[in-house]
Structures are given as structure tokens and as C-alpha cells.
Design a protein around this ligand. Structure first.
Ligand code: NAG
Ligand code: NAG
Ligand code: NAG
Ligand code: NAG
Ligand code: NAG
Ligand code: NAG
Ligand code: NAG
Length: 359
């Protein structure tokens, strides 16, 4: 099984080469999310949640970019698997006709809730990202000759990826010093409050022409080096179980929301990627050895300290985490591969990204 999985990953990655000069499987790819997808939108914002300095991006082809990893994000790799020649540009620098291929709106520390992450500084919450998308939609209509039906037809064919919720837990619910939500809601109530707001936000994306939408569930936030050092583990667990338990409430409801959206909204296809389950794969089989600390030396905020290139770990393909929150490119490759071509029906529901793109 494990050997089969590595062969499978190699096969998927070899497709990257095959697609490079071909036509992409969808005309455009729009990315909404948090630091797992941010590729530079936070660079000019007054916030601690920025990654535009070394050693972030040391393995990215053009160097440091604002990505919270050593190299590409999972979303960059999904773009490659879809056949895009270039990575989707961040909203803050996308210009001209580039936007016809898609835009990346993701912003580190952002959440479904507007206030999420605000103790770190500025960010673009999901509501803000959706407002930025409206700007793009108008520009695309302009580029297509101000022909509304042509623009709608075009936007209907694109792929939309939304990965939100991680920070509504890490940088909100589990920081009672800064946010009141843990006092106001039980874990189950909070998950429902988030899902109700998320549902409205996803519907507004649909109203702007999205018909192929992939929603990423929240990952095992209790297994990050930051969670482990901040909260400690109990009962011999490797992770902070109460954090993982809280996000399972959200993920269960998100999967139910997918069913409702698929039956309520005509001509639309929503799919769920089980990021939580992917966090349980036996990574030793891929050569990973270290999961409880990141590869780079970190500051108090869990992010890489600047200018410590000489003290980063020797072999980053053996580390799950780059800093105390964000995975290495090696892990991002595995996540992207499994989201794109799922190993089984639990990875992606009701279909994986490769099937969604082909519809
Ligand atoms: C778009 O941005 C790139 C780099 O950010 C710049 O080199 C290029 O001149 C810009 N193009 C237009 C049409 O503004
Ligand atoms: C979101 O929160 C910021 C403060 O972090 C506030 O200035 C802004 O008005 C809020 N936006 C909305 C739409 O509530
Ligand atoms: C607008 O686009 C539609 C669909 O692409 C096309 O059939 C129609 O002729 C266009 N209308 C104008 C005025 O160009
Ligand atoms: C540890 O495990 C015991 C037995 O399963 C359980 O009763 C207890 O609540 C657990 N403690 C924590 C902190 O999860
Ligand atoms: C879908 O429609 C049902 C029946 O009208 C309704 O109860 C439910 O709230 C809707 N769900 C969403 C997410 O729109
Ligand atoms: C994970 O994989 C490693 C190496 O292939 C193996 O030694 C170990 O027993 C596996 N662990 C589990 C829980 O399957
Ligand atoms: C880095 O780690 C991988 C996985 O354990 C191993 O295959 C590779 O040989 C290592 N490379 C170096 C230079 O140590």
C-alpha cells in the first residue's frame, strides 16, 4: 500500500513535465485561502504574518516570494498539475491580461471571520478576498469586450479553490487571551457559526460565476510544532487532541454543506478535500523523520527568524514542517498530489480535483 502510494506520487509528479507546454485543463484558477496558499499578498501589509524574507522561499525558483514554506505551496503544485505554465499571480501584483488565467487572493492569518488573526496585524479576510474577486470579475468582463454573457461563460469554466478555517481556530478560538469566541461558544456551536458564515461566502462566489469549487477542510492543527509547544500533549498522544477534536466538528459540517450546496445550487459542483485525513498518512514511508520541530529556527511567533540560513536543518526533505506552523515543500507535494488524484473516496468527496476540472 505504501509503496504503491509512492509510485503513485511519482506518476502524478511526472505529469507536471507532460503538461508544461500543453493547454491547461481549465482556462483559469482562482485561489482563496490563508498562509497555506498566500504567495505574496501580505508582503506589503503591516503584519507579522509575512514570509517575504529568507529563509522562506529558499527553494522557490526565483527565491523569496512571500510563500510560507521553503518552496512551492500545494496550490502552486495543483496549478502545475492542472497544466498552468506559470504560478497563479497574487492579487496585489496581478495585472493586465494575466488575470484571465486566475488570481491568488490568499492572505496569511486570514479566516472566515473578519476579526480572525487581527492580533498579528493586517490581513485580507475571506470577505475581503471576495471583494477583491469582484474587482477581478469586472476587469475580466472589460477584457472580454464588456460582454457580460461572454464573461459569465468564461468564469463558469474556471476552477475555484477555497481553504479557510485554520486560523479561525489557531488565531481565534484557541487564543482566548485575544478573542472571546471560546467563552461564547462550545466547540460544536463555534463550528456551526463558522459554517453558517462560510455558506453565505461560498454562495456569493457562486453568484459571481463560480461553478467548479473545491473546499479544503481544516487540517490537524493540533499536530503543528507550535500547538505542541504551546499546549503540550496529553495521554501519550503526539498531538494536541482538543484542537484536532474541535476542527473535526467543522469538517463534518463542511462535508454536509457540500451536499447541500450541490443539491441547492444549479449547475454547480462543489467538492471537499479531506486535508485532515491527509495529515495522518504514514510519512516515514516517504523518508520524513522529524515532525515535532520545524526546519528553520523560529521566533516567538513561530515563524522563521530572518537571516538564519546557516542554521536551517541540513535535509529539509526529512522534515514535515518548515517553521512551527507551515509544512515543507516536500509535504506540499504529497498533499497536492492526493488532492488532485485521490487515493480513495475519503480523500476527496464526491470527486477529486482532476475529475472536477474535466467536468
Ligand atoms: C505587470 O507587473 C509586472 C511585474 O509585477 C511588470 O513587470 C509589468 O510591467 C506589469 N505589466 C503591466 C501591463 O502593468
Ligand atoms: C474587519 O475588521 C477590521 C479590523 O480588523 C475593521 O477595520 C473592518 O471594518 C472590518 N470589516 C468588516 C466588513 O467588518
Ligand atoms: C457576447 O458573447 C456571447 C458569448 O460568447 C456571444 O455569443 C455574443 O455574440 C457576444 N455579443 C457581442 C455583442 O459581442
Ligand atoms: C486521557 O484518556 C482518558 C481515558 O481514555 C480520558 O478519560 C481523559 O479524558 C483523557 N485526558 C485528556 C486530557 O484528553
Ligand atoms: C438547501 O436547501 C434546503 C431546503 O430548501 C435548506 O433547508 C438548506 O438550508 C439549504 N442549504 C444551503 C447551504 O443553501
Ligand atoms: C510507518 O512506516 C514505517 C516505514 O515504512 C514503518 O516502519 C512503520 O511501522 C509504519 N508505522 C505505522 C503506524 O504504520
Ligand atoms: C535527505 O533525506 C532523504 C530522505 O531521508 C534521503 O533519501 C537523502 O539521501 C538525504 N539527502 C542527504 C543529502 O542527506
Amino acid at each position: 500500500m505504501k509503496i504503491w502510494l509512492s509510485v503513485f506520487v511519482l506518476l502524478v509528479l511526472s505529469k507536471i513535465q507532460l503538461h508544461v507546454h500543453g493547454e491547461a485543463q481549465v482556462p483559469c484558477f482562482f485561489i482563496f485561502g490563508d498562509s497555506l496558499a498566500d504567495s505574496g499578498n501580505n508582503n506589503l501589509l503591516p503584519t507579522e504574518a509575512r514570509a517575504n524574507y529568507q529563509p522562506y522561499g529558499v527553494d522557490y525558483p526565483s527565491g523569496t516570494t512571500g510563500r510560507f514554506s521553503n518552496g512551492r505551496t500545494s496550490f502552486d503544485i495543483i496549478g502545475e498539475l492542472l497544466g498552468f505554465e506559470n504560478h497563479i499571480p497574487p492579487f496585489t501584483t496581478a495585472n493586465g491580461s494575466d488575470i484571465l488565467k486566475g488570481v491568488n487572493y490568499a492572505s496569511g492569518s486570514a479566516g472566515i471571520r473578519n476579526e480572525t488573526g487581527q492580533h498579528l496585524g493586517a490581513h485580507i479576510s475571506l470577505d475581503g478576498q471576495l471583494r477583491n474577486h469582484q474587482v477581478t470579475v469586472s476587469k475580466i468582463a472589460g477584457l472580454l469586450g464588456n460582454n457580460v454573457s461572454a464573461a459569465t461563460e468564461y468564469l463558469n469554466k474556471c476552477l475555484y479553490s477555497v481553504g479557510m478555517g485554520n486560523n479561525d481556530y489557531i488565531n481565534n478560538y484557541f487564543l482566548p487571551k485575544h478573542y472571546p469566541t471560546k467563552r461564547l461558544y462550545s466547540q460544536n456551536q463555534y463550528a456551526q457559526v463558522l459554517i453558517d458564515q462560510y455558506s453565505q461566502q461560498i454562495k456569493s462566489l457562486y453568484n459571481n460565476g463560480a461553478r467548479k469549487v473545491v473546499l479544503f477542510g481544516v487540517g490537524r492543527i493540533g499536530c503543528t510544532p507550535n500547538a505542541i509547544s504551546l499546549h503540550g500533549t496529553t495521554n501519550g498522544s503526539l498531538c494536541v487532541d482538543k484542537m484536532n477534536k474541535a476542527v473535526r466538528h467543522f469538517n463534518v459540517k463542511l462535508k454536509l454543506l457540500i451536499n447541500q450546496l450541490n443539491s441547492n445550487l444549479t449547475d454547480a459542483h462543489f467538492t471537499y478535500v479531506n486535508a485532515y485525513r491527509m495529515g495522518s498518512m504514514n510519512v516515514s514511508a516517504f523518508g520524513f523523520k522529524v515532525w515535532n520541530v520545524g526546519c528553520c529556527p523560529v521566533g516567538e511567533n513561530g515563524q522563521c527568524l530572518p537571516d538564519h540560513q546557516n542554521t536551517i536543518c541540513k535535509n529539509r526533505t526529512e522534515y514535515l514542517f518548515w517553521d512551527s506552523f507551515h509544512t515543507t515543500e516536500a509535504v506540499n507535494i504529497l498533499t497536492a498530489a492526493r488532492s488532485f488524484s485521490s487515493v480513495d473516496e475519503y480523500d476527496a468527496y464526491p470527486m477529486d480535483i482532476s475529475r472536477l476540472a474535466k467536468l
